[in-house]
Ligand binder design. Structure first.
Ligand code: FAD
Length: 269
């Protein structure tokens, strides 16, 4: 289908993007376009102005910054997947990015777009939640930091204001971690995904497609901290989750799958 009519402007800087977002009602940013363009074409989304930030190469980087790793919001999945800093010090993020969609999606889609989209089936949000990442956003009032635990507010909803641009994601360096993704077919979205990582000596666990947002498996984390073995801790995976039933899987099957993947992930960290 063809999208409804909209104006298009290309931003030359983050500040210009913020200004342009404020210049029209229903303005939206365009990064890699791999979530937004399909929505526009299907007319699930309509907007008056598309603000293209895809040329802002200064937002494409991965670098060490003190004890954190700073990732520019426009860094593409394919670049995350082979980044030497991430492979050495935050492997689950590189690994998850390597399994996002197909090569075309990975060479256009960006980490910022993935997170800002707030899709509960997205892989990267779960990793960031598991790692207690911080998100740097710039808006009309300047820059602010949003802890990822406050970022995902509902299905396809985030704490980003209408005039805010996500510019950077900060993650800790970790010694061990993994992301296990169960898919029905190769290159598919996650039926269920599980992230586990050792962050500051504590095991943290995140879940994909087990609710309206990425979730932390707090029951599992508590059990591990209390000394439970992987199978015993994994038995608490479904606590606080609301897995959907859809064409890929029933809620019961998702809960079972998540428990199995949590058990395997815990054995790796
Ligand atoms: P866009 O589509 O450009 O934007 C998405 C949303 O984020 C828009 O609302 C936009 O306004 C907003 N936005 C973008 N950048 C910013 C920013 N810097 N600040 C604030 N708001 C911003 N994802 C997975 O996780 N796993 C998968 O297996 C997977 N498979 C896919 C398969 C296919 C066939 C397709 C088309 C997509 C798939 N995706 C998957 C989604 C993919 O990862 C997208 O690239 C990503 O979700 C969105 O990134 P983008 O850069 O394309 O964002």
């Amino acid at each position: 289908m063809i999208p409804a009519e909209f104006d298009y402007r290309r931003a030359g800087s983050v500040d210009e993007a913020v200004e342009l977002l404020g210049s029209a009602e229903d303005a939206k940013l365009l990064a890699g376009g791999h979530s937004l363009i399909p929505l526009l074409r299907l007319r699930f989304a309509r907007l008056s102005l598309l603000v293209d930030i895809g040329q802002l190469d200064e937002l494409r980087y991965v670098r060490r910054d003190g004890d954190r790793i700073a990732i520019g919001a426009l860094t593409r999945h394919a670049d995350l997947a082979q980044d030497p800093v991430l492979l050495a010090s935050c492997a689950p993020l590189a690994d998850a990015a390597a399994h996002v969609g197909d090569p075309q999606v990975r060479h256009r889609g960006t980490i910022g777009g993935s997170v800002a989209h707030g899709d509960p089936v997205g892989d990267l949000g779960t990793i960031l939640l598991t790692l207690d990442a911080d998100l740097v956003v710039v808006g009309p009032d300047g820059q602010r930091l949003i802890p990822v635990g406050q970022f995902f507010t509902g299905m396809f909803q985030t704490a980003l204001g209408p005039q805010e641009v996500l510019t950077e994601i900060r993650v800790p360096e970790i010694a061990a971690g993994t992301y296990l993704k169960f898919v029905r077919r190769a290159q598919d979205w996650a039926t269920v995904g599980v992230a586990a990582a050792r962050v500051d000596g504590r095991v943290q666990v995140g879940l994909t497609s087990m609710g309206a947002t990425p979730l932390r498996a707090h029951g599992v984390e508590e059990a591990v901290a209390a000394g439970a073995a992987p199978a015993e801790a994994a038995a608490r995976t479904a606590e606080g989750t609301e897995p959907p039933s859809d064409a890929s899987a029933s809620a019961e099957y998702r809960a079972h799958l998540a428990e199995v993947l949590v058990r395997r992930a815990l054995a790796q960290v």
